[in-house]
Design a protein around this ligand. Structure first.
Ligand code: NAP
Length: 290
């Protein structure tokens, strides 16, 4: 297939583009006007555009049979809302795909997407799914849990934790560190996305994509430290005082945790990926800490 990928320059996008190319698809990637041209994506056609501004989308979609929307932000950029990036962006991309004759759009949402979700990110993800469902395209939604493994250069949680384990004197252990995560590898997720894109029965479906294990945060840290050959030194951080201080702390440049991220972390990030594994035929890869 000829596939348009929006968000292909990001962390998950890097893996998705690699897998699509390896499986013989022709990839066209949407790149924002100000962003560096990502030579590491390899031999893919690049089209300049922006899903929020709605520019370049029809040109990018022309001739494609399917599209993947990986555009997403955990923290809304200055001057833009989560609704603008996730909802309006998805609406703009879907409308351009419809005009250009693209049949199917696969949207990468997130575990916990919910109209009544606890953060603007989760509410916007749910609204974007809804916008796609009403677009007139064949809609496929994939909701990943935390993603780990090699991908594009975007930020990712496991790398951030690994940097802390390797460089910081201590790593914060929030509460008892018992909240659960279900990490899925970039490779599993990307292969699954590529297969669902081509699977007729996936039309109109929503897939939760998590790894084979539900792991407490403290076990995630332990595996990262073991894989990095480091001793894990934790500093116990009580939840309530940190929550009270985050409105100030999150304003510090480079501070790695926002109020919303903390809320979502403590709520856990687990799902039922049975349909994802069954329909894609992908072999679930356990989290090794790498
Ligand atoms: N990583 C995870 O653990 C995880 C877990 C659950 C769900 N997700 C979801 O998966 C998707 C991909 O995540 P990721 O980790 O790969 O994120 P990422 O590394 O931050 O990549 C985001 C991508 O979106 C692009 N983008 C942002 N605003 C745009 C706009 N206005 N127009 C066009 N492109 C725009 C970025 O392009 P530039 O290169 O120009 O910045 C980049 O390619 C997101 O929707 C995210 O919410 C990720």
């Amino acid at each position: 297939m000829r596939v348009l990928v929006a968000g292909g320059t990001g962390y998950v996008g890097g893996a998705v583009v690699r897998v699509l190319r390896a499986e013989g698809h022709t990839v066209r990637a949407l790149v924002r006007p100000g962003s560096p041209r990502p030579t590491w994506l390899g031999e893919v056609e690049l089209v300049t555009g922006d899903v929020v501004a709605g520019t370049g989308l029809e040109e990018a979609a022309r001739g494609a049979e399917a599209a993947i929307n990986l555009v997403g932000v955990l923290r809304a950029p200055r001057g833009q809302s989560h609704d603008a990036v996730h909802v309006q962006g998805t609406r703009n991309l879907a409308a351009a795909c419809l005009r250009a004759g693209v049949r199917r759009l696969l949207y990468v949402s997130a575990v916990g997407a919910d109209a009544d979700g606890a953060t603007p990110y989760l509410r916007a993800k749910a609204a974007a799914e809804d916008a796609l469902a009403r677009s007139g395209l064949e809609a496929v939604v994939v909701r990943p849990s935390v993603v780990f493994g090699p991908g594009g250069p975007g930020p990712n949680m496991v790398q951030t934790l690994r940097d802390l384990v390797c460089r910081a004197p201590v790593v914060p252990m929030f509460g008892d560190g018992g909240f659960l995560l279900q990490p899925i590898s970039t490779d599993n997720l990307a292969v699954g996305i590529a297969r669902l894109l081509a699977l007729p029965a996936a039309a109109g479906r929503t897939y939760e994509a998590g790894g084979p294990e539900r792991l407490p945060y403290r076990e995630v840290l332990r595996r990262i430290a073991t894989a990095a050959g480091r001793r894990l030194r934790c500093l116990s951080v009580p939840v309530a005082p940190l929550r009270a201080m985050l409105p100030l702390l999150e304003r510090l440049p480079g501070f790695p945790l926002s109020r919303d991220e903390f809320t979502m972390l403590l709520a856990g990030n687990v799902c039922d990926p049975t349909a994802f594994w069954q329909d894609t035929g992908v072999q679930p890869e356990a989290f090794t800490g790498r």
